[in-house]
Ligand binder design. Structure first.
Ligand code: GCU
Length: 617
């Protein structure tokens, strides 16, 4: 091959390599508060279990270096003349709703794990010729490759976090062809790994939007009460575009405060504002302020609550007052539909049910939920635990796995850093103790604190029993030294003995930190009744709740609990016919929306805890 061809190949290789972005570099804060056009709706799709659209017969990717951007076959090519051979047609293929998992949209796809190619045609005329256009995805599970008009925009890994790509130079006024390859195959090196106890819903599972912005626009911003202060609001604004010095104005009209700051050579400006008084956000009064950030012709507004969260000894202090987290765990699923939650209505259904339980807090397990859920929690006054999907047996010694977990954590912190409801970042769930695991989690916690030093760090830590004393349970996890809240799951009475065993157990937890229990519970098929020793009955689950809450209340540092789980949810691991049928039945609300007896045990317990903590104020 002559020198010029070698140079061209190398150039194209590096061009394509760097152009295959992950979509996280310029994550746009608060896309729904901008000039957006939705691409939600029916998209054509091609199911591709053999990766025919991505690999040639040698199972090698179509050669990007010689054909940049066309690293795939299913790129919506059209037959130009009668002799052309094209063995697919999006136009003639069926459709799926976006957003939405594919599993619950078609019986044939319920258990499908593999690749599906989506295609959406759209026209778009910019409102101003010098504006820029981005395409924003709320999430796609698990791995997505995005192409516009035959050119690759990038590859994103991670099934629960947002990503966006600039498409300004590729966009046409008419006939744009957006092709998205989504692959939800589970992999040992992935985050989460091969084994989980939830349904592997695949697809473009959250909103897709076009975002039109000025040539230089406010891409990102942070506003929160500075750690350790009471009414100093600090933050930053990040511009994207012309990086010459610009003036940015930040205003909170209701507090009659504003400030103007200059951006630095990276387009970033930090600021602080000290209002005379702030009405703190809290569950009893979820006060949100309209904030406005402007730079030249670009203005973005948002609704932000201001509060402080910290621990002091064994107390969790919200706005300086001790709080008990009356919680429940929630999967991002609408059990009544049997699919991944994606809509405002889904979020409302889930959080309304939590409110009915007298909850002031929810643990959003085991991965970042949709942004709508967090924004609604802000409005409803519900405190939130958000979790990185580092679940069970992750590949602790794989650097790519650590980088993946860090990226997903960075993305959820970036997306939700302005949400007052979020008070805890969880690093992991039930991860067997080893040196490699603890080193992995320590790195993750350090990364989280470097991004956000105001919120609390926790995880579902490991517990163990004492061989010398069958009634002693011990929480002594090496990672406990690196978290703010000592938290763990425990299933005494379901996986470990019968509910009466709870009466004998005593806990040894030698940490001067708040203690929370992020999971306990047992299965009950809604409407199945019997005595309290008959498995799967509502009476068994009810008795388990009564005894567990009594046991946990003996722990001196007990400051919060989130039983597993609000609604029954799909899991391929739960196969008992006529009882589970592919569902985990630990919900306090059944798959059909009926409240089980345990629901009322928990509701009453929380009512008592609410009164107890109000008296302490
Ligand atoms: C574990 C795990 C959950 C799971 C639950 C169960 O604690 O964290 O994801 O669903 O137990 O066994 O039902």
């Amino acid at each position: 091959m002559n020198k010029s061809k070698i140079f061209l190949s190398l150039f194209l290789f590096f061009f394509v390599a760097f152009s295959a972005r992950s979509g996280n570099e310029n994550l746009i804060q608060n896309p729904s508060g901008r000039n957006i056009t939705t691409l939600n709706g029916k998209w054509n799709y091609i199911i591709d279990p053999y990766e025919t659209g991505y690999y040639d017969y040698r199972y090698k990717p179509y050669d990007e270096s010689t054909n940049p951007g066309n690293g795939a076959f299913y790129l919506d090519k059209k037959q130009k003349n009668k002799s052309d051979l094209i063995e697919y047609s999006f136009d003639k293929s069926p459709t799926l709703w976006v957003p939405g998992d594919w599993n619950s949209q078609d019986e044939k796809l319920l258990y499908y794990e593999g690749t599906i190619w989506y295609r959406r045609l759209f026209d778009y005329a910019k409102k101003s010729t010098d504006h820029r256009i981005f395409i924003h995805f709320g999430a796609a599970n698990y791995e997505s490759d995005v192409y516009l008009n035959g050119k690759k925009l990038g590859k994103h890994i991670g099934g629960f976090t947002p990503f966006n790509y600039e498409i300004t130079t590729l966009l046409k006024e008419e006939g744009n062809s957006l092709v998205v390859k989504v692959d939800n195959k589970r992999k040992p090196e992935a985050v989460p790994t091969l084994n989980t106890d939830w349904w592997n819903y695949g697809g473009i599972t959250r909103d897709v939007s076009l975002v039109e912005v000025s040539k230089t626009f406010i891409q990102d911003y942070l506003m929160q009460v500075k750690k350790g202060s009471e009414n100093l609001i600090t933050g930053y604004v990040q511009l994207n575009g012309d990086l010459n010095q610009q003036t940015v104005k930040i205003t909170i009209p209701e507090l009659k405060v504003s400030t103007e700051v200059k951006t630095d050579s990276t387009g970033k400006a930090t600021f602080s504002i000290k209002p005379k008084r702030i009405e703190y956000w809290c569950p009893e009064n979820p006060k949100l302020y309209q904030v406005e950030i402007s730079c030249n012709d670009n203005t973005i507004s948002d609704k932000i609550g201001f509060r402080t969260i910290e621990t002091r000894g064994t107390d969790i202090l919200l706005n300086g007052k001790s709080v008990f987290l009356r919680g429940i765990c929630i999967h991002a699923e609408n059990a009544l539909r049997g699919g991944r939650a994606y809509s405002a209505e889904d979020a409302q259904m889930l959080l309304n049910s939590a409110k009915e339980l007298n909850c002031n807090y929810v643990r959003l397990a085991h991965y970042p939920h949709m942004e709508k859920m967090i924004r609604l929690a802000d409005e409803m006054g519900i405190l939130v635990w958000e979790e990185d999907p580092v679940y069970w047996t992750i590949q602790w010694e794989n650097p790519a796995t650590l980088a993946n977990a860090m990226q997903q954590l960075s993305d959820v912190i970036s997306r939700d850093k302005n949400r007052a409801s979020v008070i805890i970042w969880s690093m992991a769930n039930e991860t067997p103790v080893s040196e490699a695991r603890t080193e992995f989690l320590k790195k993750l916690a350090a990364h989280a604190r470097s991004l956000d030093n105001t919120r609390l760090i926790s995880a579902a830590l490991e517990t163990h029993s004492n061989p010398a004393d069958p009634n002693e349970r011990i929480v002594q996890d090496p990672f406990a030294d690196y978290v703010d809240i000592v938290n763990f799951n425990q299933y005494i009475g379901w996986y470990d003995g019968l509910p009466e065993k709870c009466d004998q157990i005593h806990w040894t937890i030698k940490y001067n930190k708040p203690v929370m229990i992020s999971e306990f519970g047992g299965d009950a098929l809604q409407g199945m009744h019997g005595d309290a020793l008959t498995r799967w009955t509502e009476e068994y689950q009810e008795d388990l709740y009564v005894r567990t809450l009594k046991m946990l209340s003996k722990i001196p540092q007990f400051r919060g609990v989130s039983p597993w789980i609000l609604y029954d949810f799909r899991s391929p691991r739960r196969v008992l016919p006529n009882i589970q049928d592919g569902w985990n039945r630990k919900g306090v609300i059944g798959q059909n929306g009926t409240k089980k007896k345990a629901f009322f045990v928990l509701k009453n317990f929380y009512k008592d805890m609410e009164i107890k903590y109000q008296k302490q104020r």
